[in-house]
Design a protein around this ligand. Structure first.
Ligand code: KIV
Length: 265
């Protein structure tokens, strides 16, 4: 049996081999992606959009995250289990950040992820001091899409290059063990990857990173409009529609349940 992945072990993979992370939100998803051999499972706040049918991530609550982190943890994955801190669970104060990170850990998370740069350094330091590993999240930060004006590629402006370098450095200083770089100009993601001593795990930021993360539903072909950078490795939508329509047909045609699915005393 392969060894349990911890935040420390994941950090040490930088420069040795590329890291594969994927999201999962339920017990069976976690079991399956863990069997597939991912290094880390992220219970992302993308939960709001891909599981709960919300328009964005802003209405995802701590209760939602605790419920789904718990479901994933019950699969006892070998992969590192990272729980996402939802909108307004860490911004208001350092104290709320630490207490909410602890709630995710008590639900089964082995690390937490939160969005933001320098301005979040005090939250990150305090969570790490409490004994909880933190993964940073820079580049496009979807919880701030209202201020940014949409889901825009990060790094098209020169000031953004300087800011991302400063933010990445502040996060490392605060004690993160890895940083997600979302939808960032690939040359900038490559530069940050060279500059910082912890792994960069990229989504929509090109190949020159220490690892990649995808939203499971995009990878499996379950979302109707996935972002252009998300590769579809399967088309589960048609498999599901096909299987369920056969079931509907068989029920209506009196074919199901047949002899083998009928209980006998
Ligand atoms: O919530 C999420 O799924 C994420 C990934 C896109 C990194 O934060």
């Amino acid at each position: 049996m392969a060894e349990k992945v911890t935040a420390r072990k994941l950090r040490r993979l930088k420069g040795k081999r590329l890291i594969a992370m994927v999201t999962a939100y339920s017990y069976h998803e976690a079991r399956l992606v863990d069997d597939a051999g991912v290094d880390a499972i992220l219970v992302g706040d993308s939960l709001g959009m891909v599981v709960l049918g919300m328009r964005d991530t802003l209405n995802v609550t701590m209760d939602d995250m605790v419920r789904h982190v718990g479901a994933v943890a019950r699969a006892s994955p070998r992969a590192l289990l990272v729980g996402d801190m939802p909108f307004m669970s860490y911004e208001p104060s350092v104290r709320e950040a630490v207490l909410n990170a602890a709630r995710l850990v008590r639900a089964g998370a082995e690390a937490v992820k939160l969005e933001g740069g320098e301005e979040m350094a005090d939250r990150i330091k305090a969570i790490v001091s409490a004994g909880i590993p933190v993964m940073g999240h820079l580049g496009l930060t979807p919880q701030k899409y209202l201020r940014i004006g949409g889901y825009k590629l990060y790094g098209k402006r020169r000031e953004e290059w300087e800011k991302l370098s400063r933010d990445a450095e502040a996060l490392v200083e605060a004690g993160v063990f890895a940083v997600v770089l979302e939808y960032t100009v690939p040359e900038l993601a490559a530069r940050i990857t060279r500059e910082i001593p912890v792994p960069t795990i990229c989504i929509g930021s090109g190949p020159r990173c220490d690892g990649q993360v995808l939203v499971l539903h995009d990878l499996l072909g379950l979302t109707p409009n996935p972002p252009p950078f998300a590769k579809r490795y399967a088309d589960l939508s048609s498999i599901i529609v096909n299987a369920v329509s056969r079931y509907v047909e068989e029920v209506r045609g009196g074919v199901f349940p047949g002899e083998e699915h009928t209980p006998r005393p």
